[in-house]
Structures are given as C-alpha cells and as structure tokens.
Design a protein around this ligand. Sequence first.
Ligand code: CO8
Length: 303
Amino acid sequence: MANIARLLTKRAQDQLNVVYPLQVITRLNSSCKYLTEHIPISNKSWEFIKTEVTGEKKNVAVITLNRPKALNALRNGLMKELSTALKAYGKDANISAIVLTGSEKAFAAGADIKEMAPNTYSQCIQGNFLNDWTEVARTQKPIIAAVNGYALGGGCELAMMCDIIYAGDKAKFGQPEIALGTIPGAGGTQRLTRVVGKSKAMEMCLTGNMINAQEAEKVGLVSKVIPADQLLAEAVKLGEKIGTHSNLIVQLCKEAVNTAFETTLEEGLKYERRFNHATFSTIDCKEGVKAFIEKRPAKFINE
Ligand code: CO8
C-alpha cells in the first residue's frame, strides 16, 4: 500500500508537473496504511484461505482452507493467513463464533510434507518450528471445526485445537506421521490421548491407521456426524445457537471447559466456582435471570 501511495503521488506529480511537500506524501502514506489495516477481514483477498461472515444475524465467521489441489496441506503461508483471520475475528465484537472448514475431499491432509522436507533438527529447534501454528488454540471465541474428508496429521491436530468438531459422514481422522519417520508435533500425542484415551490414541499414533467419522463419534473425538453436504450449514447453525447467548459468558465458559484439560480436578473445580461467582457481577447474568422470570427472551449486551 505504501508503495502504491508513492506511485500515485509520483504519477500526480509527473502529470500535474507539481512537487508535493513531504507532509502530503507522508499523510497519503499513512492513510493508505490505515486503509490496509482496516479493510474488513471478509473483503481481504487471501492466497490460501477464504473468509465470509454469515448467519441470520451475520455473527458467524466461516474460514475455509483453500488449497484444494494439495488437499489443504498446511504450509506456513496458510497458517499465517489463518492466524491473521482468527485474530481479526477474535477482536470483532459482531462475531460470536467461528467455523473452520476445508473442502469436500479434505479438511487438511496434514502439514505440507514438501515444505517440511528440507527441515533440519537445528533449524526446527532454533526457528521453534510449529510454534506459530497454534493461534486456533489461543482464540478466545468458540471455534467449530467442520470436517469433511481427510483430517490427517496436522489436519487432525488443527481440528482438535478447535472447541467442537462436527464431521461429515465421509470424514477420516488419523495421525500418520509415524509412516514418515516423524511423530505428531501439534497435539496429536497429547490432545488426542486426553480425548480418546491411551489405547486408541496409541493405536492411531503407532500404526498411522485412520478412523472414520462414525468411529470418531463413538470415541468422543467428534460431537456429531452429519451428511457431508449439510455439514457446513449445520456448523453455522451451531455457531448461531452459541451466538444467541452472551459472548462474554460464552468466553468464560469456554475457558472453564478448557481448564479441565490443563489442571487437576480440584484446581479446575475451584476455577469453575470462581468463574461462576464472577458471572453474577455481570449485567448479562442479571438480564438472563430476569428474562427467565419474566418469561421473555434475554437481551444480552456482552457486559
Ligand atoms: N503435504 C503435501 N502435499 C500433500 C499432502 C501433504 N500432507 N497430502 C496430499 N498432498 C498432495 C499430494 O502430493 C498430491 O499432490 P500432486 O497432485 O502434486 O502429486 C495431492 O495432494 C493429492 O494427493 P494424492 O494424490 O496423494 O491423493 P489421494 O486421494 O491418492 O490420497 C491421502 C489422499 C491419503 C490423504 C494422501 O494424499 C496422503 O497420504 N497424504 C499425506 C498424509 C500425511 O502423511 N499427513 C501427515 C503429514 S505430517 C504432519 O502433519 C506433521 C504435523 C505437524 C504439526 C502441524 C500443526 C498444525
């Protein structure tokens, strides 16, 4: 953008045969910078993802991984765009929930093996490989993974970083890193084990075998299996349902549930209790309780 500003200024100077003072150029530059930073996220043009805001109240953001030919293999550029979009939607007060999805054939078939191929041990250690790939797990708003097709390796890990996974009926989940002579690096041995238990996680990580959507539901990896062509609509509906509640309380509730993964039961229960107490200091809790008593829908203001 700054380059465009410089070019426009130069063109105007050439054509009008005038020289603009430095202040004008500087102001034009900063206006362009402002515009770049404030383009609504859904109007941005991306290389590896697509974004849109949907739902009746336009409060559900959908991020679609968009490298269909490479089965949405996760490369650095894609993960950077995903992080940028998540950060922007995270700050957008109009967005209540985010849906992350891929194509019909693949949610994501893993980290991009071709991009990873030249990695060396020292580069991985010194560059902290994969450290920047975890924005999904840091996002405060609820994220729903809508998984059709393959969710393998980093793809399965990405889905598990989300809060809720809905699977299309042809979805397949797996941690096949072992076949490449490596192991999962973004939660495949940790989140998967906490979710499905040691025996199943061990079997998946040591064999690289995939499980189908029905089995994934049986072991608790996904919360619902849906016909593939209805998956996205159902995930958006779920986002809309969450969006009928107070965004503030939803955020606290998400944090409380996530705490169950991070700590002992006693600590977690203490945390939950304190959060529960804290909700009574919010306007939304007063409104929710009053609305119930008055038999009317609550009007939450996220305060
Ligand atoms: N990386 C790069 N390219 C890929 C990947 C991948 N993970 N998966 C598929 N592709 C490419 C193929 O190379 C092929 O490209 P081209 O047409 O240029 O040859 C194209 O996608 C289509 O793939 P296939 O022809 O193989 O399609 P099939 O339908 O025959 O097979 C499979 C589909 C079974 C999914 C197969 O592509 C496959 O086995 N892919 C690799 C799966 C895998 O091993 N994933 C794990 C990768 S390692 C990893 O994820 C480490 C995790 C690190 C942490 C990540 C943090 C989020």
